[in-house]
Write a protein that binds this ligand. Sequence first.
Ligand code: GTP
Length: 368
Amino acid sequence: MSFESAQTDSAPLEAILLVGGKGTRLRPLTIGVPKPLLPTAGVPFLAHQLAKAAAAGVTRIVLATSYRAEMFEQVLGDGSEFGLELTYVQETDPLGTGGGIRNAAAHLRSGPDDPVVVLNGDVLSGHDITAQVELHRKADAAVTLHLVQVPDPARFGCVPTDLAGRVTDFLEKAPEPVTNQINAGCYVFTRKFIDAMPAGVVLSVELETFPGLIAAGETVMGYVESAYWLDVGTPEAFVRGSCDLVLGELGSTALPGQPGDALLLPGASVHSSAVLSGGTTVGAGSSLAAGVTATGSVVFDDVQIGAGASIHASVIGAGARIGPGAVLDGVIIGTGAEIGSGNELRHGARIWPGVRLDGTAIRFSTDA
Ligand code: GTP
Protein backbone atom coordinates (compact mmCIF):
# COMPACT_ATOMS: atom_id res chain seq x y z
CA MET A 1 0.00 0.00 0.00
CA SER A 2 1.14 3.51 -0.65
CA PHE A 3 -0.76 6.70 -0.06
CA GLU A 4 0.01 10.29 -0.91
CA SER A 5 -1.12 13.38 0.99
CA ALA A 6 -3.21 15.86 -0.97
CA GLN A 7 -1.34 19.02 -1.93
CA THR A 8 -2.80 22.06 -0.17
CA ASP A 9 -1.85 25.73 -0.15
CA SER A 10 -2.52 26.24 3.56
CA ALA A 11 -0.31 25.31 6.55
CA PRO A 12 0.20 21.60 7.27
CA LEU A 13 -2.94 20.17 8.82
CA GLU A 14 -2.65 18.06 11.95
CA ALA A 15 -5.11 15.60 13.49
CA ILE A 16 -5.68 13.75 16.74
CA LEU A 17 -7.05 10.23 16.43
CA LEU A 18 -8.87 8.88 19.50
CA VAL A 19 -8.08 5.18 19.80
CA GLY A 20 -7.90 4.60 23.56
CA GLY A 21 -11.29 2.95 24.11
CA LYS A 22 -11.68 -0.64 25.29
CA GLY A 23 -14.21 -1.54 22.61
CA THR A 24 -16.29 -3.56 25.06
CA ARG A 25 -19.23 -3.90 22.70
CA LEU A 26 -17.02 -5.81 20.28
CA ARG A 27 -15.76 -8.36 22.80
CA PRO A 28 -14.42 -10.99 22.42
CA LEU A 29 -12.82 -9.60 19.22
CA THR A 30 -11.26 -6.76 21.21
CA ILE A 31 -9.77 -8.92 23.97
CA GLY A 32 -6.50 -9.29 22.08
CA VAL A 33 -6.71 -6.48 19.52
CA PRO A 34 -8.01 -2.92 20.03
CA LYS A 35 -11.07 -2.07 17.93
CA PRO A 36 -9.23 0.39 15.63
CA LEU A 37 -6.79 -2.37 14.60
CA LEU A 38 -9.32 -5.13 13.86
CA PRO A 39 -8.98 -6.50 10.32
CA THR A 40 -11.59 -4.65 8.27
CA ALA A 41 -11.88 -5.36 4.55
CA GLY A 42 -8.44 -6.92 4.66
CA VAL A 43 -6.48 -4.23 6.54
CA PRO A 44 -6.46 -2.77 10.06
CA PHE A 45 -9.55 -0.56 10.46
CA LEU A 46 -7.41 2.54 10.93
CA ALA A 47 -5.79 2.10 7.50
CA HIS A 48 -9.04 3.28 5.92
CA GLN A 49 -9.19 6.34 8.20
CA LEU A 50 -5.52 7.19 7.73
CA ALA A 51 -5.81 6.98 3.93
CA LYS A 52 -8.83 9.27 4.01
CA ALA A 53 -7.17 11.78 6.34
CA ALA A 54 -4.07 11.90 4.14
CA ALA A 55 -6.24 12.46 1.06
CA ALA A 56 -7.87 15.41 2.86
CA GLY A 57 -4.48 17.08 3.35
CA VAL A 58 -3.71 15.94 6.91
CA THR A 59 0.06 15.50 7.20
CA ARG A 60 0.60 14.56 10.84
CA ILE A 61 -1.54 12.57 13.28
CA VAL A 62 -1.18 12.16 17.04
CA LEU A 63 -2.78 8.89 18.13
CA ALA A 64 -4.29 9.08 21.63
CA THR A 65 -3.87 5.48 22.82
CA SER A 66 -4.56 3.69 26.09
CA TYR A 67 -6.03 0.17 25.81
CA ARG A 68 -3.43 -2.16 24.22
CA ALA A 69 -1.42 0.98 23.46
CA GLU A 70 1.77 -0.81 22.37
CA MET A 71 0.04 -2.49 19.42
CA PHE A 72 -0.64 0.68 17.43
CA GLU A 73 2.96 1.54 16.60
CA GLN A 74 3.77 -2.13 15.93
CA VAL A 75 1.05 -2.24 13.27
CA LEU A 76 1.13 1.29 11.79
CA GLY A 77 4.79 2.25 12.23
CA ASP A 78 5.83 5.82 11.46
CA GLY A 79 2.95 6.34 9.04
CA SER A 80 5.10 6.78 5.93
CA GLU A 81 3.14 3.98 4.24
CA PHE A 82 0.14 6.31 4.39
CA GLY A 83 2.01 9.50 3.47
CA LEU A 84 1.63 10.65 7.09
CA GLU A 85 3.76 11.27 10.14
CA LEU A 86 2.32 9.36 13.09
CA THR A 87 3.05 10.11 16.76
CA TYR A 88 1.81 7.93 19.62
CA VAL A 89 0.73 9.18 23.03
CA GLN A 90 -0.36 6.81 25.80
CA GLU A 91 -2.79 7.45 28.65
CA THR A 92 -1.86 5.15 31.52
CA ASP A 93 -5.43 5.41 32.77
CA PRO A 94 -7.97 6.27 30.07
CA LEU A 95 -8.79 9.99 30.21
CA GLY A 96 -12.02 9.83 28.21
CA THR A 97 -12.57 11.48 24.85
CA GLY A 98 -11.87 15.04 26.08
CA GLY A 99 -8.97 14.09 28.32
CA GLY A 100 -7.46 12.08 25.47
CA ILE A 101 -7.64 15.06 23.10
CA ARG A 102 -6.16 17.42 25.72
CA ASN A 103 -3.35 15.00 26.50
CA ALA A 104 -2.48 14.45 22.82
CA ALA A 105 -2.44 18.20 22.11
CA ALA A 106 0.91 18.58 23.87
CA HIS A 107 2.40 16.81 20.83
CA LEU A 108 0.87 19.07 18.19
CA ARG A 109 2.94 21.59 16.27
CA SER A 110 -0.01 23.77 15.17
CA GLY A 111 -0.30 27.34 16.38
CA PRO A 112 -3.11 28.52 18.72
CA ASP A 113 -5.31 29.73 15.87
CA ASP A 114 -4.76 26.74 13.56
CA PRO A 115 -7.48 24.16 12.93
CA VAL A 116 -6.87 20.66 14.30
CA VAL A 117 -8.95 17.71 13.07
CA VAL A 118 -10.09 15.22 15.73
CA LEU A 119 -11.31 11.80 14.66
CA ASN A 120 -12.98 9.00 16.60
CA GLY A 121 -11.07 5.83 15.75
CA ASP A 122 -14.16 3.76 15.05
CA VAL A 123 -16.03 5.70 12.39
CA LEU A 124 -16.23 5.08 8.65
CA SER A 125 -17.22 8.26 6.88
CA GLY A 126 -17.31 9.44 3.31
CA HIS A 127 -17.74 13.09 4.26
CA ASP A 128 -15.55 15.88 2.93
CA ILE A 129 -13.07 16.76 5.70
CA THR A 130 -11.65 19.60 3.61
CA ALA A 131 -15.09 21.23 3.35
CA GLN A 132 -15.56 20.82 7.11
CA VAL A 133 -12.24 22.58 7.75
CA GLU A 134 -13.18 25.35 5.29
CA LEU A 135 -16.48 25.97 7.08
CA HIS A 136 -14.60 26.07 10.38
CA ARG A 137 -12.17 28.68 9.07
CA LYS A 138 -14.89 30.80 7.46
CA ALA A 139 -17.00 30.80 10.62
CA ASP A 140 -13.93 31.44 12.80
CA ALA A 141 -15.40 28.78 15.08
CA ALA A 142 -14.09 27.26 18.30
CA VAL A 143 -15.21 23.84 17.10
CA THR A 144 -16.97 22.54 14.00
CA LEU A 145 -18.71 19.19 14.36
CA HIS A 146 -19.53 16.84 11.52
CA LEU A 147 -23.22 16.04 11.83
CA VAL A 148 -25.18 13.37 9.96
CA GLN A 149 -28.92 12.92 9.68
CA VAL A 150 -30.17 9.50 10.78
CA PRO A 151 -33.62 7.94 11.18
CA ASP A 152 -32.99 6.83 14.80
CA PRO A 153 -31.24 9.79 16.54
CA ALA A 154 -32.16 8.67 20.10
CA ARG A 155 -29.24 6.20 20.13
CA PHE A 156 -26.71 8.97 19.48
CA GLY A 157 -25.74 12.48 20.54
CA CYS A 158 -28.49 14.72 19.17
CA VAL A 159 -27.20 18.08 17.86
CA PRO A 160 -29.64 20.81 16.75
CA THR A 161 -28.38 23.80 14.73
CA ASP A 162 -29.89 27.21 13.90
CA LEU A 163 -30.40 28.65 10.42
CA ALA A 164 -26.79 29.86 10.30
CA GLY A 165 -25.55 26.34 11.04
CA ARG A 166 -24.55 27.16 14.60
CA VAL A 167 -24.97 24.36 17.15
CA THR A 168 -27.58 25.38 19.73
CA ASP A 169 -27.45 22.34 22.01
CA PHE A 170 -25.63 19.06 22.49
CA LEU A 171 -27.90 16.38 23.85
CA GLU A 172 -25.95 13.15 24.35
CA LYS A 173 -28.33 10.19 23.93
CA ALA A 174 -31.48 12.32 24.35
CA PRO A 175 -34.56 10.16 25.05
CA GLU A 176 -36.77 12.45 22.95
CA PRO A 177 -34.72 13.72 20.01
CA VAL A 178 -35.36 17.29 18.90
CA THR A 179 -33.59 16.78 15.56
CA ASN A 180 -32.40 13.88 13.44
CA GLN A 181 -28.88 15.39 13.32
CA ILE A 182 -26.32 13.47 15.33
CA ASN A 183 -22.69 13.85 16.30
CA ALA A 184 -20.71 11.91 13.69
CA GLY A 185 -17.42 11.82 15.63
CA CYS A 186 -15.21 14.09 13.49
CA TYR A 187 -14.42 17.53 14.91
CA VAL A 188 -12.33 20.51 13.86
CA PHE A 189 -11.02 22.42 16.88
CA THR A 190 -9.19 25.71 16.84
CA ARG A 191 -6.05 24.65 18.74
CA LYS A 192 -6.35 27.17 21.56
CA PHE A 193 -9.71 25.72 22.58
CA ILE A 194 -8.06 22.33 23.13
CA ASP A 195 -5.34 23.95 25.23
CA ALA A 196 -8.03 25.64 27.32
CA MET A 197 -9.46 22.28 28.39
CA PRO A 198 -8.40 21.08 31.87
CA ALA A 199 -5.30 18.86 31.72
CA GLY A 200 -4.69 15.50 33.37
CA VAL A 201 -8.32 14.78 34.26
CA VAL A 202 -10.95 12.46 32.85
CA LEU A 203 -13.13 14.49 30.53
CA SER A 204 -15.82 13.80 27.93
CA VAL A 205 -16.13 16.10 24.92
CA GLU A 206 -19.69 14.90 24.44
CA LEU A 207 -20.84 15.45 28.03
CA GLU A 208 -18.64 18.34 29.12
CA THR A 209 -16.59 20.18 26.48
CA PHE A 210 -19.21 20.73 23.76
CA PRO A 211 -22.08 21.65 26.10
CA GLY A 212 -19.66 23.92 28.00
CA LEU A 213 -18.53 25.78 24.86
CA ILE A 214 -22.14 26.28 23.76
CA ALA A 215 -23.14 27.55 27.22
CA ALA A 216 -20.17 29.94 27.18
CA GLY A 217 -21.41 31.44 23.89
CA GLU A 218 -18.44 30.23 21.82
CA THR A 219 -19.07 29.56 18.14
CA VAL A 220 -19.71 25.85 17.70
CA MET A 221 -20.64 25.06 14.10
CA GLY A 222 -22.38 22.06 12.61
CA TYR A 223 -21.08 20.76 9.29
CA VAL A 224 -23.99 18.68 8.02
CA GLU A 225 -23.16 16.17 5.33
CA SER A 226 -24.97 12.89 5.05
CA ALA A 227 -22.44 10.95 3.02
CA TYR A 228 -21.78 7.31 3.91
CA TRP A 229 -21.39 7.14 7.69
CA LEU A 230 -21.12 4.24 10.12
CA ASP A 231 -19.97 3.91 13.73
CA VAL A 232 -18.52 0.40 13.80
CA GLY A 233 -18.83 0.01 17.58
CA THR A 234 -21.26 -2.94 17.56
CA PRO A 235 -20.75 -6.40 16.03
CA GLU A 236 -23.49 -5.82 13.45
CA ALA A 237 -22.01 -2.47 12.41
CA PHE A 238 -18.47 -3.86 12.32
CA VAL A 239 -19.50 -6.61 9.89
CA ARG A 240 -21.56 -4.11 7.85
CA GLY A 241 -18.63 -1.69 7.60
CA SER A 242 -16.18 -4.31 6.43
CA CYS A 243 -18.62 -5.62 3.83
CA ASP A 244 -19.52 -2.11 2.61
CA LEU A 245 -15.83 -1.39 2.01
CA VAL A 246 -15.40 -4.63 0.06
CA LEU A 247 -18.56 -3.94 -1.96
CA GLY A 248 -17.40 -0.38 -2.69
CA GLU A 249 -20.35 1.26 -0.89
CA LEU A 250 -17.66 3.42 0.71
CA GLY A 251 -14.59 3.95 -1.44
CA SER A 252 -11.24 3.43 0.32
CA THR A 253 -7.80 3.59 -1.23
CA ALA A 254 -6.67 1.25 1.57
CA LEU A 255 -8.79 -1.62 0.21
CA PRO A 256 -6.30 -4.30 -0.90
CA GLY A 257 -7.93 -5.00 -4.26
CA GLN A 258 -10.87 -3.89 -6.34
CA PRO A 259 -14.37 -3.61 -4.86
CA GLY A 260 -16.51 -6.69 -5.50
CA ASP A 261 -18.69 -9.39 -3.93
CA ALA A 262 -15.80 -10.82 -1.92
CA LEU A 263 -12.20 -10.14 -0.98
CA LEU A 264 -9.68 -12.98 -0.77
CA LEU A 265 -6.39 -12.13 0.88
CA PRO A 266 -3.17 -13.72 -0.36
CA GLY A 267 -2.89 -17.34 0.77
CA ALA A 268 -6.65 -17.81 1.23
CA SER A 269 -7.92 -21.01 -0.35
CA VAL A 270 -11.55 -21.35 -1.35
CA HIS A 271 -12.98 -24.52 -2.95
CA SER A 272 -14.47 -23.95 -6.38
CA SER A 273 -17.92 -25.00 -5.14
CA ALA A 274 -17.91 -22.54 -2.22
CA VAL A 275 -20.02 -19.41 -2.71
CA LEU A 276 -18.90 -16.04 -1.33
CA SER A 277 -21.03 -12.92 -1.52
CA GLY A 278 -22.18 -9.74 0.21
CA GLY A 279 -18.70 -8.29 0.66
CA THR A 280 -17.26 -11.25 2.57
CA THR A 281 -13.54 -11.13 3.35
CA VAL A 282 -11.48 -14.32 3.64
CA GLY A 283 -8.22 -13.76 5.49
CA ALA A 284 -4.71 -14.92 4.65
CA GLY A 285 -4.13 -18.63 5.16
CA SER A 286 -7.82 -19.39 5.65
CA SER A 287 -9.44 -22.29 3.83
CA LEU A 288 -13.07 -22.85 2.88
CA ALA A 289 -14.01 -26.42 1.89
CA ALA A 290 -16.48 -27.62 -0.74
CA GLY A 291 -19.98 -26.25 -0.59
CA VAL A 292 -19.35 -23.55 2.02
CA THR A 293 -21.53 -20.48 1.68
CA ALA A 294 -20.31 -17.23 3.23
CA THR A 295 -22.43 -14.10 2.86
CA GLY A 296 -21.74 -10.66 4.32
CA SER A 297 -19.11 -11.94 6.75
CA VAL A 298 -15.56 -11.34 7.92
CA VAL A 299 -13.25 -14.34 8.14
CA PHE A 300 -9.94 -13.45 9.79
CA ASP A 301 -6.60 -15.16 9.03
CA ASP A 302 -5.84 -18.90 9.37
CA VAL A 303 -9.45 -20.03 9.77
CA GLN A 304 -10.63 -23.45 8.55
CA ILE A 305 -14.24 -23.88 7.53
CA GLY A 306 -15.50 -27.42 6.83
CA ALA A 307 -17.57 -28.64 3.90
CA GLY A 308 -21.09 -27.37 3.58
CA ALA A 309 -20.89 -24.90 6.46
CA SER A 310 -23.02 -21.81 6.16
CA ILE A 311 -21.75 -18.45 7.45
CA HIS A 312 -23.87 -15.31 7.39
CA ALA A 313 -23.30 -11.82 8.86
CA SER A 314 -20.66 -13.20 11.21
CA VAL A 315 -17.06 -12.58 12.25
CA ILE A 316 -14.79 -15.62 12.52
CA GLY A 317 -11.71 -14.86 14.62
CA ALA A 318 -8.17 -15.82 13.61
CA GLY A 319 -7.31 -19.50 13.78
CA ALA A 320 -10.89 -20.64 14.45
CA ARG A 321 -12.08 -24.05 13.21
CA ILE A 322 -15.63 -24.41 11.94
CA GLY A 323 -16.84 -27.97 11.41
CA PRO A 324 -18.63 -29.33 8.35
CA GLY A 325 -22.27 -28.36 8.09
CA ALA A 326 -22.14 -25.79 10.91
CA VAL A 327 -24.52 -22.86 10.63
CA LEU A 328 -23.36 -19.45 11.90
CA ASP A 329 -25.70 -16.50 11.51
CA GLY A 330 -25.03 -13.11 13.12
CA VAL A 331 -22.40 -14.40 15.53
CA ILE A 332 -18.84 -13.70 16.66
CA ILE A 333 -16.40 -16.57 16.97
CA GLY A 334 -13.35 -15.74 19.09
CA THR A 335 -9.71 -16.41 18.21
CA GLY A 336 -8.89 -20.12 17.98
CA ALA A 337 -12.38 -21.31 18.96
CA GLU A 338 -13.61 -24.63 17.56
CA ILE A 339 -17.17 -25.14 16.46
CA GLY A 340 -17.91 -28.81 15.85
CA SER A 341 -19.78 -30.13 12.85
CA GLY A 342 -23.49 -29.49 12.71
CA ASN A 343 -23.57 -26.82 15.45
CA GLU A 344 -25.95 -24.00 14.77
CA LEU A 345 -25.36 -20.56 16.32
CA ARG A 346 -27.57 -17.62 15.58
CA HIS A 347 -28.17 -13.96 16.32
CA GLY A 348 -26.02 -12.52 19.03
CA ALA A 349 -24.06 -15.62 20.02
CA ARG A 350 -20.46 -14.83 20.97
CA ILE A 351 -17.97 -17.61 21.45
CA TRP A 352 -14.93 -16.70 23.55
CA PRO A 353 -11.37 -17.40 22.32
CA GLY A 354 -10.25 -21.00 22.57
CA VAL A 355 -13.70 -22.38 23.46
CA ARG A 356 -14.56 -25.78 21.91
CA LEU A 357 -18.10 -26.72 21.00
CA ASP A 358 -18.05 -30.32 19.90
CA GLY A 359 -19.71 -33.66 20.56
CA THR A 360 -23.47 -33.44 20.29
CA ALA A 361 -24.45 -30.57 18.09
CA ILE A 362 -25.95 -27.65 19.99
CA ARG A 363 -28.36 -25.03 18.78
CA PHE A 364 -28.10 -21.54 20.22
CA SER A 365 -30.33 -18.70 19.25
CA THR A 366 -31.62 -15.55 20.90
CA ASP A 367 -34.64 -15.72 18.58
CA ALA A 368 -37.96 -16.44 20.27
P1 GTP B 1 -17.22 0.59 23.79
O1 GTP B 1 -16.49 0.17 25.04
O2 GTP B 1 -17.75 -0.58 23.03
O3 GTP B 1 -18.26 1.65 24.04
O4 GTP B 1 -16.17 1.25 22.78
P2 GTP B 1 -15.07 2.40 23.02
O5 GTP B 1 -14.28 2.07 24.22
O6 GTP B 1 -14.29 2.55 21.74
O7 GTP B 1 -15.91 3.69 23.34
P3 GTP B 1 -16.59 4.72 22.31
O8 GTP B 1 -17.10 3.97 21.12
O9 GTP B 1 -17.54 5.55 23.06
O10 GTP B 1 -15.35 5.63 21.91
C1 GTP B 1 -15.38 6.51 20.81
C2 GTP B 1 -13.95 6.76 20.38
O11 GTP B 1 -13.21 7.37 21.44
C3 GTP B 1 -13.22 5.48 20.03
O12 GTP B 1 -12.40 5.75 18.92
C4 GTP B 1 -12.39 5.17 21.27
O13 GTP B 1 -11.18 4.49 20.97
C5 GTP B 1 -12.10 6.57 21.80
N1 GTP B 1 -12.00 6.60 23.25
C6 GTP B 1 -12.95 6.27 24.16
N2 GTP B 1 -12.51 6.45 25.41
C7 GTP B 1 -11.23 6.93 25.30
C8 GTP B 1 -10.23 7.31 26.25
O14 GTP B 1 -10.42 7.25 27.48
N3 GTP B 1 -9.04 7.76 25.74
C9 GTP B 1 -8.79 7.83 24.41
N4 GTP B 1 -7.59 8.25 24.00
N5 GTP B 1 -9.70 7.45 23.49
C10 GTP B 1 -10.91 7.02 23.93
